[in-house]
Design a protein around this ligand. Structure first.
Ligand code: ZN
Length: 109
């Protein structure tokens, strides 16, 4: 991925998070570090294990959300090519969008 492609991808996952993810739940997960859950087209949420690498896992799950056609191997490839190339400013921006969406599991129906 070129610098330009990384930036474009980053913009898209931010938009996806803002527009299409209702909330993010922290939970100690048994198998994976995160899940993207689609309840219906308008109602999606992401679960993250707080013991893991929150931001890379969030990027991974947002990639699933944005590209349902990609399989796990493709998503992992995208994740790897993006996480080392995002700037600190971009990580902060992602965190700023994510934080207001974070809910406790028991506050969610
Ligand atoms: Zn995955």
């Amino acid at each position: 991925m070129s610098r330009e492609e990384v930036n474009k991808f980053f913009k898209n996952i931010c938009k996806e998070l803002e527009a299409n993810i209702e909330y993010i739940i922290f939970r100690k997960l048994k198998k994976n570090s995160g899940y993207f859950v689609e309840v219906n087209k308008k109602f999606n949420y992401i679960e993250l294990d707080p013991r893991d690498e929150i931001l890379p896992v969030l990027i991974h799950e947002l990639t699933h959300c944005l590209h349902p056609e990609m399989d796990e191997v493709e998503v992992l490839t995208v994740e790897r090519s993006v996480i080392n190339r995002l700037s600190i400013r971009q990580y902060k921006k992602l965190l700023e969008i994510a934080l207001p969406k974070m809910k406790n599991k028991n506050t969610v129906k």
